[in-house]
Design a protein around this ligand. Structure first.
Ligand SMILES: [Zn+2]
Length: 246
């Protein structure tokens, strides 16, 4: 093993509850859901919070129809990796505003779920050199990182305490999926098939962007990502995160 092969550290495992906060249906399925399956296999609780229903994601299906389809597909993809709790906020897909209103909603969810680990999607400007990220991912990722602090401070959004929602300052890490600066990884060798099944559940979306069968599309893509990560994780198929410790 070379130094380069070992440069991703294993994710911490001394935790019980995770809340994953992302903008759209399918955001967690392009890699992170393999880790989610490993976590639920180990008896940990993982809940999903989607800020939109991804209704603007399919050119051929108007948003008023796409929302219900994508919500159903997200429920099925969560079930494929052992997640039963899937909640949706009612932001409009494509035009999520980063700001106090979103931070308040995310802080409320963090206080209710009381996670030790928060997962979100890449909040950086790009996916890597030359590949621009989208505004919803930036807004939600940054708001999720900010909301962890908000959730722990009773004097920020005091109206939440008025609703009977007490502060929660037990979040120890935020793990950013699909970050261009990964620091940690989770072995997905025993869960890759379920990760593939979870992505393939987003059938309406995959049929929009690809001519391939959804399972074949998901298998090729996620196997490629997992092999890329393996080169930096001792040869083990993996999915990566940028870990922010708090
Ligand atoms: Zn997305």
């Amino acid at each position: 093993m070379t130094d380069q092969q070992a440069d991703l550290a294993p994710m911490p495992e001394d935790w019980q509850r995770c809340l994953a906060i992302v903008a759209h249906p399918d955001d967690l399925e392009y890699g992170a859901s393999g880790a989610v399956a490993a976590w639920t296999d180990a008896g940990r609780e993982v809940a999903y919070l989607l800020v939109t229903r991804g209704e603007a994601g399919i050119d051929g299906i108007p948003p008023e129809h796409a929302a219900a389809i994508r919500e159903r597909e997200q429920q099925a993809s969560a079930a494929a990796v052992g997640v039963r709790s899937v909640e949706f906020l009612d932001h409009q897909d494509g035009v999520i505003e980063e700001g106090l209103a979103l931070r308040r909603e995310l802080a409320r969810a963090i206080r209710r779920h009381r996670p030790e680990l928060v997962v979100t999607l890449n909040h950086h400007d790009t996916w890597g050199p030359g590949s621009w990220n989208t505004p919803d991912h930036r807004a939600v990722g940054r708001a999720a990182l900010d909301a962890v602090g908000d959730a722990g401070n009773r004097w920020i959004f005091p109206e939440l305490v008025g609703e009977g929602i007490e502060p929660w300052n037990g979040v120890r890490w935020v793990a950013v999926a699909a970050s261009p600066y990964p620091s940690h990884a989770v072995d997905v060798s025993s869960t890759l098939d379920r990760a593939i099944a979870s992505l393939a559940e987003h059938r309406a979306y995959i049929e929009e962007i690809s001519d391939r069968d959804p399972v074949a599309y998901a298998r090729e893509l996620l196997t490629g990502f997992a092999r890329e990560a393996a080169a930096r994780f001792g040869g083990r198929l993996a999915t990566t995160f940028e870990l922010v410790s708090l």
